[in-house]
Design a protein around this ligand. Sequence first.
Ligand code: IMP
Length: 218
Amino acid sequence: MRDPEDFNLNLSGSNPIVANRAWQILSQKFSLSTKKCAVERKNFMPNEIEIEKVLIPQDRLQQRISELGSEISEAYQNKDLAVVAILKGSFIFAADLLRAIAIASTIDFMSISSYANQPQSGVVRITKDLEESITGRDVLLVEDIIDTGLTANYLLRVLRERNPASLQVCALLDKSARRIIDLPVAYRGFEIPDVFVVGYGMDYQQLYRNLPYIAVLA
Ligand code: IMP
């Protein structure tokens, strides 16, 4: 087995996506151990140089989430609030939102992945289902971003079949210019333009989720 150093590769100034892909190819081709790759990958994690601009800074995110929390707490008083967060993209938003909600509530997670052969259908594979029943409960579906609306529309259909008492959507970001299906979004963090964003849980090829703000890639 050869070491990456043997190739005299210096990817540190490269675009992280390119660098990451290069390491994927190298690791497969030369059977580098997973541990070794993890160590090497870490060196090429994105930094602020690859970010074209910060679209929503951390303080604005927190301010808006606190407002959403207050609105939801008010609306769900005397109700049986069950927050359903969709993984992976919404995990950071859901964690902050839950802490901004001042009434009794539960949280459960659903993990989905899209079918490669029908990306435009909105039909997703549920790779992890809810652990608790939502029948008779007031369900709030928490999404990171609503783009075409197909995914959320499909999830609403799935959840509605389980007979919740009520079912609403809370999305941190809304790219409504790209919507192709009408979707009621009861709670919306920010309306954003038609740009691809990362950070605060959202990824590009599994990277950038750890940024504490929402950014547009260079
Ligand atoms: P939709 O079905 O077109 O509404 O897409 C929803 C899903 O696509 C979101 O839950 C995200 O996982 C992903 N997505 C859409 N736009 C973006 C983006 O700008 N950045 C990261 N993920 C996105």
